[in-house]
Design a protein around this ligand. Sequence first.
Ligand code: ZN
Length: 426
Amino acid sequence: MTNMPMTLQEVRSAMKGLISPLRRYADLLVADGAAIQPGQELVVNAPAEAVDFTRMVVRAAYERGAGHVTVIWNDDQVARMEYENCPVEHFDTTPSWRIEQLNSLAEAGAAFLYLEGEDPCALAGIDPAKPACARRARNRDCHVFRHGMDFGINAWSIGGVSTKAWAKTVYPEYSEDEAVYRLWLAILDVARATGIDPHSTWETHNATFEKNKRLLNEGRFDHLRYRSSNGTDLTVGMTRGHVWEGGAARTVGGVSFFPNIPTEEVFTSPDRMRADGVVHSALPLVHAGRVVRDFWFRFEGGAVVDFDAAEGRDVLEQIVATDENACRLGEVALVSKNTPIRQSGLLFYSTLYDENASCHLALGTGFPECLEGGEEMSVEELLAHGVNHSHTHVDFMVGSDDLDVTGVREDGTEVPIFVSGQWAWE
Ligand code: ZN
């Protein structure tokens, strides 16, 4: 690929050439992501800037038989002004009309599609307490909506849309128009949406998930051992009854949907009390508008006891101190280095993409669905079974090119899971 800058004319005609692929991508998000059913309500959350693509999504939804489509527009700059001008108390409660909106749509059985094109630096310098407060209030007040998403009642999906500020962050060397075009190309590519029939591509993709999940779940490992030449030497304990998840999810009504497009990870929640050793980062961590580079954590008895970074150490400090369980692991995820995202070599400054570039771990809250019977348990019961609970969940990438991951059973049997950064059975 050439890196010669394009003229505005060239960008415009190249964008025209993307109309058909973008329509197929819109249909993929609606049909396979949110898995719209005939007569069903679809709720689309979209950046106002992405109006053209959002219209394609709405059209695709009606073509797939949606009963009605509701679009909820958002805008980074308006959100920023709200955080700048309203006191923190304002974010303690959710307006009643918003509660009614989200709860009634969830109750009506709507599917939710989130189009993400956030400027990674939109909230730089904003007191993080405000967005955190707003999120907490929404999760508490919009209980029916939250419950519907967390417990498989409503299908939901997140997909990316190219926007100017985001594109310029990923491609600072290009003009705004060209950056937007290039980011679209990357989004389509890593979403496996460039072919003529993305649906069948995703069917094949999901078959790989099923195989990897089956092999891991049948393995019933007691712990995983991570080793890499970068200094990583970490043991992560698994809970009894842990379940590996990934690829398509299923609603209680039996509808199969993809919560994330793209997705490459197979993941579970480890035992919050059993992580020991050192793990080094393989890729930078982007958090709250900041970048942390070349960092490591040392764990003892499941908790971070020491850490350092070549850049952004204070960000790690903040994350670990969020609450009493933020220093413990909530997720282990396995991602092969042979994926379009990793091979793109791009840093997207967005968790949706970057967490799918590499094996990762996450500090903070774990997933109830990653424990047998976990979805029926209270937070206290989950904690007692080893599934972490926290107000944060921060993924960081540890999948270096030579990473080996070995599964160790209770009787000491060892099974190679990852060899040199890819599935041992790939
Ligand atoms: Zn993950």
